[in-house]
Design a protein around this ligand. Sequence first.
Ligand code: GN1
Ligand code: MG
Length: 359
Amino acid sequence: MTVAQLAYIFNQFSHSATFISYEELASGHINDTYLIKTKSKPYYILQRINHEVFKDVPILIANKVKISRYLQKKLAHLPEEEVKRRVVTFISTKNGTMYHIDKEGNYWNMMLYIDHSKTFEVVDNEKVAYEGGKLFGEFLQLTADFDATQLEEVIPKFHDMSFRYAQFEEAVKTASKERLENANDYIKKVKELKEEMHILQRLKETGKIRLRVTHNDTKISNALFNFNDKGLCVIDTDTVMPGIIHYDFGDAIRTICNTATEDERNLDLVNFNIEYYNAYLKGFLEKMNGALTPLELKYLSLGAKTMIFIMALRFLTDYLNGDIYYKTAYGEHNFDRAKNQFKLLQSFSEKFDTIPIYN
Ligand code: GN1
Ligand code: MG
């Protein structure tokens, strides 16, 4: 992207700001995200949605705009400036649509940048874990009465274990000999865990655990904090869809309790922090306000294990497929991410028995 191209796209949206410069925010694995700096604040976030991954971008945008507006209404008792810091505000184009399509057929959307905020790639204190629990818990609580039938499934079967497992089996069949050999030990691990990792799927399919509005990408870097480490705003609502609560609980735990980043290659640094688990759980349950059923509660810890596993599986699958899905920076990147998640899974499994189970 050149500066001129970005400035042009920025100016297709409805604002009266002057483009000064941009910065690429490279932490996502799928979309391209840019911070647009303007002559005077606010700044903006301009994002190109990857339409290879998200096949129907208009539906994705409609979903996230609906959720933002719903949250804005729920928080309408707060001052307007505060609401803008707590909920993502989408900006329409000059034509009144919520996205712009460029000459190459790329879809763009734009949001207000939330100033004086920060994100964590690695959590370094319990308070952040606790605040993260409150923030994601509040997101689920505030959207609990949103009519989930109004949301389309942006990526069908996104966290469906049978689907992810089938993709993995297919990848094993078509992988190069070299990658298959490299991955051999991990392929064995996947097979050993197959049954246990389908438990939640079955509970969902049989309706024993209900569908709710879920975020589906609750990694901790999708939570904004203020400079006092208070949770502010849940971002990246691309994958908001009906789902079970365990996905959101688990994906947050997967990233909060990892003592290193998802990209860390030194596996000695990758461990599961149980104190952060308990702190997150405390914040999460405070906000969910007794809204969870006994079965939902009982399976929270398995939700965490399942989400670590599913991410290990997806990175491994992409490695076997020759890196066709996630952005990668070097040849073994997906394999390194998979190894990282398998190490986290092992560390978590060793501590699993010390986690409180609700009966
Ligand atoms: C992807 O692009 P990003 O970072 O928001 C992925 C998530 C994974 C995550 C792992 C649509 O999210 O499911 O948890 O990478 N999103 C999609 O970091 O596949
Ligand atoms: Mg995402």
